[in-house]
Ligand binder design. Structure first.
Ligand SMILES: NC(=O)c1ccc[n+]([C@@H]2O[C@H](COP(=O)([O-])OP(=O)(O)OC[C@H]3O[C@@H](n4cnc5c(N)ncnc54)[C@H](OP(=O)(O)O)[C@@H]3O)[C@@H](O)[C@H]2O)c1
Length: 252
């Protein structure tokens, strides 16, 4: 059985990945989707007609909730063609403004759960050619005061992805870190719970459809990093050229 696995599939970028993978990868037997909101996953399963969607409702920050996914892997012994780690969130505010569960929660989902998903899924990745696509962010390029834990968690994702991409080459597995700027999704409902996002960030929100389309193209072409849009490509270049200690003073 050939499958794709997508976390964070109940909304935004993860959901868009499921739709585009279902359209592009016609040889898949199933797409396995993971998130907490069961009804959203079931709605998605109804909507997608071209391939069977298997739903796993689970809180990925709870280690025990991985059991169903692990058992399904053991039972069906599938060949995973694509693993997309899209589950994640960020909350705007200084470290002190955020609660302990906010700061630690971001690390648990954005870093620990993503690492666990890769660890559990890796033995089942296709032997011929496979892709791991990890949602990082342009926030990964530079430390960000008032978004500190989120930016640090995404730096982890970027660094891990680039290193694994090298390590897994022999196994014909490509690991791609996707690093968009702001994308128009429900992300900001959670991000803005204490503080509003800056106006300029609201003006430059990309479309999830375009970000995902480029990410799948870049992953197919074995790129280690996928950056959507000229402004974010320019921002990445600046973070490579200028000292971070200097740039961080201007990041708000
Ligand atoms: N939107 C942006 O501006 C932007 C920019 C750069 C990077 N990203 C990254 O892109 C990824 C997707 O974000 P998005 O924009 O699509 O946001 P979103 O619409 O809020 O989607 C987040 C997804 O994560 C899932 N999730 C959250 N907590 C979870 C938990 N404890 N266990 C399992 N699933 C959980 C949510 O599902 P449930 O609530 O149903 O569990 C949802 O499906 C994230 O990693 C985010 O950091 C977003």
């Amino acid at each position: 059985m050939r499958i794709a696995v997508v976390t964070g599939a109940s909304s935004g970028i993860g959901k868009e990945f499921v739709k585009q993978i279902a359209n592009r990868y016609r040889t898949l037997d199933e797409i396995w989707v993971l998130a907490r909101r069961t009804e959203r996953l079931l709605e998605l399963a109804e909507e997608i007609k071209s391939v069977k969607i298997r739903c796993f409702s689970c809180d990925l920050t709870d280690k025990r909730r991985f059991v169903k996914y692990k058992n399904a892997l053991k039972k069906y012994n599938p060949s995973i063609r694509i693993l997309v780690n899209a589950a994640g969130y960020g909350i705007i505010g200084t470290f002190r403004e955020l609660k302990e569960e906010d700061n630690v929660g971001m690390v648990e989902l954005n870093c620990t759960a993503l690492t666990r998903m890769i660890d559990i899924s890796l033995p089942y990745m296709s032997k011929k050619q496979a892709n791991i696509i990890n949602m990082a962010s342009s926030a990964a390029f530079l430390p960000q005061p008032s978004f500190a834990v989120y930016a640090a968690s995404k730096s982890y994702v970027l660094s891990l992805s680039q290193a694994l991409n090298q390590e897994l080459k022999k196994r014909r597995i490509t690991v791609t870190a996707v690093c968009p700027g702001p994308v128009d999704t429900e992300f900001f409902d959670i991000a803005e719970v204490y503080n509003s996002v800056k106006v300029y960030k609201k003006l430059f929100r990309a479309n999830a459809c375009d970000v995902v389309s480029l990410a799948l193209k870049d992953a197919y072409h074995k790129k280690a990093v996928s950056v959507y849009g000229f402004s974010m490509k320019g921002f990445r270049l600046l973070t490579k050229l200028l000292p971070h200690g200097f740039m961080v003073k201007f990041i708000k």
